[in-house]
Design a protein around this ligand. Sequence first.
Ligand code: NAP
Length: 346
Amino acid sequence: MGDKIKIGILGCTGAVGQKLISLLGNHPLFEVTELAASDNSAGLKYSERVNWKEASDIPESIKDLKIKKCSDELGAKILFSGLDSGVAGEIEDFYASNGYAVVSNSKNHRMRTDVPLIIPEVNESHFELIKYQDSYNKSGGFIVTNPNCSTVVMALTLFPVYKNFGLKKVIVTTMQAVSGAGYPGIPSMDILGNVVPHIKDEEEKMQTEPLKIFGELSSGKIDFADFRISASCNRVPVREGHTMSISFETNKKASRDEIIGSFNDLEKLNLPSSPEIVIKYFDNPFRPQPLLDLNSGAGMTVSAGNLRKCGVLDWKINSFGHNTIRGAAGAAILNAEYLVKNKFVK
Ligand SMILES: NC(=O)c1ccc[n+]([C@@H]2O[C@H](COP(=O)([O-])OP(=O)(O)OC[C@H]3O[C@@H](n4cnc5c(N)ncnc54)[C@H](OP(=O)(O)O)[C@@H]3O)[C@@H](O)[C@H]2O)c1
């Protein structure tokens, strides 16, 4: 235990914070030593304050930890942020400028020119951007972000296609789980037996974030990828896991076998949270499904299925991923593992 890197969780009471605590319960590199949330939670023991929604129990080492304010000094080197986006921007800046490595799930800094927006299997080279952050040069602190939970699923599915054949146009329609809105999220009366055809800011995130993630880094600047994305985002009565239908047109014509074969290009990274298979492809029109595929690769594998001709663009495919693991907490942990292995954490 003593050799592990000390971790703090900002937003420890929320849906992402709880998932982080549950995934870090028995982590080989990391040990959660600090918890922080709003002033309403500060001063209370974690087990007294949290409305715990994970299937596993609160780890014993966490139950009695006192929650601190998000302005307190924290005895940890890496801070995972699952903060509400209304407050994440300033708080994350504060900790980065005070020497902490902030690994964030929030949208606030994702599109900043000096902040990496990372899916390590896709754009690990972008971690270098950290070195252009003022805080890194002054105090060793920095901010790294992971993408929006739907963006991760779509970007992982499309990256092999982009790399091998180029992309011109993408049209995506999502069916997103209620857990994506945190707890308690959308009222049950609004979602049971219903579909809500709008999720605030989601379409914009899906249309812009992949272009930064697929971009090329040169001299400390990312040249964004150049293709068009149209996203329509829906909230559906599923508890966990985002499903999507993606149509795409490629620059270079490709056969069905070539596209399916390209999914194997996404190599497993040698990190504790890397899944064995990054994209699991099913040649089956009934897959993927949330009930069957949610926990594939401990929630870190993206499942895709039924690549077929599209009557408008070239191809269409179904894709699915765990929104609070691959789309949030697990993504942040994978980023932090990479940062440690590659010595970005001073
Ligand atoms: N849920 C997902 O699937 C998902 C996926 C990707 C990204 N995200 C992003 O991750 C972040 C967290 O999402 P969530 O679903 O976990 O939200 P959530 O359940 O609403 O949790 C928000 C957290 O922020 C804390 N907080 C609120 N106001 C604060 C303040 N003034 N000062 C300090 N802490 C404050 C809350 O603490 P208190 O309990 O003390 O109020 C709580 O711990 C958001 O930015 C979200 O967009 C979520």
